[in-house]
Design a protein around this ligand. Structure first.
Ligand SMILES: [Zn+2]
Length: 71
């Protein structure tokens, strides 16, 4: 399983709640913040994934979050 698959899986499990890059890194134990950032940017271009500035459902901070919409 690639890191991208792990990130995608985490976001899909949380759906429709949004999660920020920092929380993704923490949950998955990713080493660098840039790593999650790179993956979410990649996913944002994928059907169903939406990236925007909003309150993260995990840490509550207003920052760039990503969520997966099933519809
Ligand atoms: Zn967060």
């Amino acid at each position: 399983m690639t890191v991208l698959d792990q990130v995608r899986g985490l976001i899909e499990r949380l759906s429709p709640e949004p999660i920020c890059d920092d929380c993704i890194s923490e949950r998955l134990g990713l080493s660098v913040r840039q790593h999650a950032n790179h993956k979410t940017r990649e996913l944002a271009g994928t059907r169903g994934f939406e990236r925007r500035k909003e309150h993260c459902s995990i840490c509550g901070s207003e920052k760039k979050v990503i969520r997966y919409r099933t519809k």
